[in-house]
Design a protein around this ligand. Sequence first.
Ligand code: SAH
Ligand code: SF4
Length: 376
Amino acid sequence: MICDIKSLSADALQYQFRDWNQPAYRAAQVLEWLYVHRVSSWDAMTNLPKAVRELLRANYSLQTLELVRKQGARDTTQKFLWRLSDHALIESVLIPANPALYGEASDRHTLCVSTQVGCAYGCKFCASGLEGWKRNLRADEIVEQVLAVERWHAAEEAKVSKAQPAPSNKLPESSNRLVNNIVIMGMGEPLANYDNLMQALRILNAPWGGGIGARKITISTSGLVPQIRKLADDPLQFRLAISLHGATDETRNKIMPVNRKYPLAELTAACEYYQKRKERMITLEYILIAGVNDAIEETKPLAKLAQLLHAKVNLIPYNRVEDLDWERPTEAVQEAFLEALEKQNVTATLRREKGHDIDAACGQLRLKTERELAAK
Ligand code: SAH
Ligand code: SF4
């Protein structure tokens, strides 16, 4: 199978042009077409000689994501369902800036990115795992989610500015990024697709690629211990979020099968190692599910763990998934849980979900669409 051009590092591309006896600046030209202008065809790379375009076409693919469905209005959380070249479906979610969430304040957007088609980890509450794991995404398919959303946005902006001419001093859209925060919290377990994920993140982080700061990229994992340790040893300073959802083995075992493989003691040790190596604050994600993990006594082990890891806790009210019986607790219960944590000197936030009404939790739009397609 030929490799996609957006899986390549700048070094690899430079090496390729050298090998073809082409001048070194060709690599820079291609990178600019891909990551600044976000073109989706070789023929759009108009400053490359035709022969070079043919060489590229013969040796690399240049795949883009096909938009199947989009939910959500402008300036709110918007969800994109994409079709891959093998017709598999994945999701990305665009969330308007919310400074209280992951990391620094932002005046732009966060994109929630998928890393696999489906998920093998089968957490009991999650739509992504319901129909199992199909395959890993390639690095270019991860990178392309950012580019495809920005391409879509630029086209929307162009429609608006056609109606009302833009002021003449406005920079061209291609020179600035719509997405300046990335959370790897879409479909799939990112650390189970470690190499492709890291290649994609290096491309999205590189100045010649996405130019998105490593500190603006958060990787969320259900708790794959060996990969957390490996990530701790990687020189790039990505942020880490742990999908904890229970602070005892008893609670975690009930909802997350991964905890049987990597119980809390091992996960905690890996997080301590990460924290020491990186000197970065870890986020503990905690979905509040009615009657499962929302009792006030659950805040005690949670607070202890957060203190040990110098971590902050992000409480997320559960989003209903069709076919599953789980429910989110009442707002009063959510607030009481938050207050109990704060009383124990834990830094915690309660997410007032922006995308609740559009099935914002990962995997839900895909599941719905696949079922509708199957029923046809
Ligand atoms: N596999 C990784 C990343 C993808 S899931 C992980 O588990 O961390 C991203 C986040 O969405 C996780 O914290 C996950 O637990 C949460 N999530 C899954 N289903 C949800 C739902 N129905 N409501 C709220 N959060 C959900
Ligand atoms: Fe997979 Fe994460 Fe969903 Fe668990 S929560 S099934 S690890 S995507």
